[in-house]
Design a protein around this ligand. Structure first.
Ligand code: HAM
Length: 413
């Protein structure tokens, strides 16, 4: 878990600002689920056999012996919130935007932290067409473009087929892989029992070779799954959104069905997914035990990964800062400085007071702190009711009447 500070804070805020802008343009409502939930919210939805649940979740018993977990993602919490607040009875589609910290006990490396942050978009609807999926993909694309990093990122697309096609495939895949069990990597041998589809995603060359000769998910698609996937591809072409079909793309969370996607970069080493998501049509029904049945589609983006990609092309906007330099230590100057500070802050100026022991040191400090102006006042200024205003940008110095200071500064602002 790392600290966010310095320029990264400006980048972090910028990501959220742009993400909120696109949420608003697509008519999303803000939703902030709590950071802690009953562990159960995540276990069944994400899947007990996934890495996220079996190895990475931070869970513990509270004082009342209830099992709680720090949220490892937003989706399950958003669905839980939708059901607990009866929002599924509202007009559809429902669109929710969230952002905040998440926690996974992973091996930290570049682009992978145990506490990280996401922006997250989810749409819930009754219809099962591709329109809302396309809306999500267009939103993701426009957001990345607005952030100035879209040229470093490519959209990868796959379909898992609907639940029935997937089940048929998994049965076949499992019986094929059983024959090669002893040749699979240790991790894949465990996955074979619990979640064989994850073996498709294995980085081991031997696993990849075995998988390459095995049954193909797409051969098991029924008519509906095939048409849906073809239709998305055609619509993306119509919209001139570039994509690559990656038939080995599988997501690390169990709730997906049909089309899934990742926006991938090759600038971050092994941690290449910047945004990721897809359709998850069975999750609302599963979590509500059949009481609500909504289709859903969404994605999340890792803010730390976006920040990393922004380093070369984002500079925090310069803001005008004003230093107050009282010459003299007694109460009169301190009181004057405080009053002036509050007046200027009400006019939205950023203020820092410099009380080093002489004017030379005060000016040096104000310069170091990147002040645009120094407002200097000592005995003679207070008597004449004028400030000495030094502009660090052009080196000029002006006498300004007390009453004219705000308008003088605003003119230059
Ligand atoms: P995910 O693929 O687990 O999907 O995470 C989405 C994004 O979060 C990743 O592409 C990555 O940018 C970022 N991320 C994940 N783990 C870490 C980490 N340890 N450190 C830094 N960044 C990380 C989900 O979370 C789904 N809930 C997405 C979704 C929303 N699907 C439908 N709706």
């Amino acid at each position: 878990m790392s600290d966010l500070h310095g320029d990264d804070i400006a980048r972090f805020k910028h990501v959220i600002q742009i993400a909120e802008k696109w949420a608003k343009l697509h008519n999303f409502d803000a939703l902030q689920p709590p950071i802690l939930e009953h562990a159960e919210v995540f276990l069944r939805s994400i899947g007990e056999a996934t890495d996220v649940v079996s190895k990475e979740i931070y869970s513990f018993a509270d004082r009342n012996e209830q099992s709680l977990a720090l949220r490892p993602e937003f989706t399950a919490g958003v669905v839980r919130a939708l059901l607990s607040n009866g929002l599924h009875n509202h007009a559809l589609p429902l669109k929710f935007f969230s952002h905040g910290p998440l926690f996974r006990y992973e091996r930290p490396q570049k682009g992978r932290r145990r506490q990280f942050h996401q922006i997250n978009y989810e749409i819930f609807h009754k219809r099962d067409d591709n329109l809302l999926l396309l809306e999500i993909l267009a939103l993701a694309q426009d957001f990345l473009h607005d952030l100035g990093i879209s040229d470093k990122i490519k959209l990868h697309l796959n379909s898992l087929g609907n639940a029935q096609s997937r089940e048929n495939f998994v049965t076949e895949l499992k019986s094929y892989l059983e024959k090669y069990k002893s040749e699979l990597s240790d991790e894949s041998q465990i996955r074979l029992e619990k979640n064989p589809v994850r073996i498709l995603d294995s980085k081991s060359p031997m696993d990849q070779e075995i998988v390459a000769n095995g049954p193909k998910l797409h051969d098991f698609f029924d008519e509906e799954s095939r048409k849906k996937f073809e239709n998305v591809q055609q619509m993306l072409k119509n919209l001139q959104i570039d994509f690559t079909i990656d038939k080995n793309l599988v997501r690390g969370l169990d709730y997906y069905s049909d089309v899934i996607f990742e926006f991938i970069t090759d600038a971050l080493g092994a941690q290449n997914a910047v945004l990721a998501g897809g359709c998850y049509n069975g999750l609302v029904a599963k979590m509500s035990e059949g009481k609500a049945d909504l289709r859903a589609v969404g994605f999340a983006g890792g803010i730390e990964r976006m920040i990393e990609l922004m380093i070369s092309n984002f500079e925090a906007p310069q803001v005008m800062k004003i230093g107050l330099l009282p010459i003299g230590n007694d109460e009169i100057y301190a009181t004057h400085a405080m009053k002036l500070m509050r007046t200027l802050q009400k006019n939205h100026f950023i203020i820092e007071i410099f009380s080093e022991k002489n004017l030379k040191k005060q000016l040096q400090a104000a310069n170091k702190f990147d002040m645009t102006f120094a407002i200097i006042f000592g005995e003679s200024e207070l008597q004449a009711q004028k400030y000495m205003v030094k502009n660090f940008n052009d080196g000029t110095q002006n006498e300004v009447n007390f009453g004219n200071l705000v308008s003088f500064l605003k003119k230059i602002h």
